[in-house]
Design a protein around this ligand. Structure first.
Ligand SMILES: Cc1cc2nc3c(=O)[nH]c(=O)nc-3n(C[C@H](O)[C@H](O)[C@H](O)COP(=O)(O)OP(=O)(O)OC[C@H]3O[C@@H](n4cnc5c(N)ncnc54)[C@H](O)[C@@H]3O)c2cc1C
Length: 380
């Protein structure tokens, strides 16, 4: 067992953090205030090999593996989770193309994401069904050599800025629910698509989130990802590799909360001594550090397992759940340790507090993760 990062991964970590400080930090507050998605950040990140970094080199990626991609996510999220998402989730949905797509689909879509030219989205959630994946209603009906798709998708990351999306549709309604779904690639400019950006998010406001309506959208049947009727299983497999990204986001944000708080309590004095000299303050810092250390271990192990070809659905749910808990906990303490200053824009901790909550909601709510773990424990 070796817990040391390779020299390559150490260099990648350093480079990603430097990138975040140089390119993301200066615009983070403006993007948050104005809900601004800046494509140039993604393009610059792509030029540095940070977009779709998990994608193998033969398809244009950096071949950094899931561990490398997780480390990039962590470093960017130390600075700003919204812009970090625009970089690391630029390939969102492509995990399924990589896992189940044809060679032609991989060659067509993956390099365009890695070069920063295009952005993808994974469109699963619907207005009336999120956690209840089997409750999705979007329907794809065969017509000649095409599918004709009708339905609505909700809360789709990159929804308004993407070039194509991987959409979960019912293709086989006659089958039992879990065997009725398929994933289909849909170009974002296809006739019949309406995209509406969702405004007023609590956090990650630099990230684009949209509602998408599909009305008689026609795509060739060759856009099917993998086998018809396998969409539900494919989505579960997709979560194996994307929940680790959420754990990485949580790790970066939590680390930022701790580092910033340590610096602050050393400088700020109360009752004639630095805040850090008081045991109540130390307790808060120590609790944050313990959770971060545990989260890092869980997250890196999960990423490493995926790179070994041994994805772990249960550990993914655990890391995602614990990541959300850790980030919300650390952001809360960071605000408290900053006192009134933690509550105003001048300090980033109020933003991290708002950003953190999404980690308990998307990619499966914390309740959904708990249910996954609870079910798994009874199948062993
Ligand atoms: C900013 C943002 C970005 C997102 N990006 C994407 C994206 O790119 N693609 C995508 O497809 N989706 C995306 N989502 C959607 C997200 O994954 C869903 O919002 C989430 O899965 C929850 O679904 P829901 O909102 O329908 O809530 P619901 O499923 O209605 O759940 C509401 C509450 O009920 C709880 N609940 C549900 N079922 C049970 C049960 N059986 N027992 C106990 N409690 C239960 C839930 O945990 C939650 O607390 C995004 C959401 C946001 C806010």
């Amino acid at each position: 067992m070796d817990f040391e990062l390779t020299e390559e991964l150490k260099m990648l970590k350093e480079m990603a953090y430097k990138f975040a400080l140089a390119e993301i930090k200066p615009i983070a507050q403006e993007c948050d205030e104005e809900e601004k998605y800046l494509p140039e950040i993604r393009k610059k990140a792509a030029a540095n090999g940070l977009v779709g970094a998990w994608i193998p080199e033969e398809y244009g990626g950096a071949g950094a593996g899931i561990l490398g991609n997780t480390i990039i996510t962590e470093e960017l999220c130390k600075v700003d989770m919204g812009n970090a998402l625009n970089v690391t989730a630029a390939a969102f949905g492509c995990e399924s193309i990589w896992q189940y797509g044809t060679e032609e689909q991989k060659k067509k879509y993956l390099p365009l994401i890695c070069s920063g030219e295009q952005v993808s989205a994974g469109a699963y959630t619907e207005p009336n069904a999120g956690t209840d994946v089997a409750g999705y209603k979007t329907r794809a009906i065969k017509d000649g050599s095409d599918y004709v798709i009708n339905g609505n998708k909700m809360f789709i990351t990159n929804g308004d800025v993407c070039d194509f999306m991987v959409v979960q549709c019912i293709t086989n309604p006659e089958e039992k629910k879990h065997n009725s779904f398929s994933l289909i690639i849909v170009p974002a400019d296809a006739k019949g698509i309406t995209r509406n950006k969702i405004h007023g998010k609590m956090g990650i406001r630099a990230s684009d989130t949209a509602e998408i309506a599909l009305e008689d959208v026609r795509v060739p049947q060759s856009n099917l990802v993998g086998k018809e009727g396998h969409g539900f299983r494919q989505l579960m497999h997709f979560f194996d590799t994307t929940r680790v990204m959420v754990a990485g986001q949580a790790l970066g944000l939590s680390e930022a909360c701790l580092e910033t708080s340590v610096k602050y309590v050393k400088e700020r004095t109360a009752f004639g001594a630095p805040l850090g000299s008081y045991q109540l303050t130390q307790k808060k810092l120590a609790e944050m550090a313990i959770m971060i250390e545990a989260l890092r271990g869980m997250t890196y192990k999960l990423a490493w397992l995926i790179d070994q070809g041994k994805p772990d659905y249960n550990l993914a749910a655990m890391a995602k759940f614990y990541g959300g808990q850790t980030a919300v906990f650390c952001a809360n303490y960071a605000v408290e340790l900053h006192g009134g200053y933690g509550y105003i824009e001048e300090y980033p901790v109020q933003k991290w507090y708002r950003d953190a909550k999404i980690l308990e909601l998307y990619e499966g709510t914390k309740e959904a993760e708990i249910m996954t773990i609870g079910r798994y424990l009874q199948t062993r």
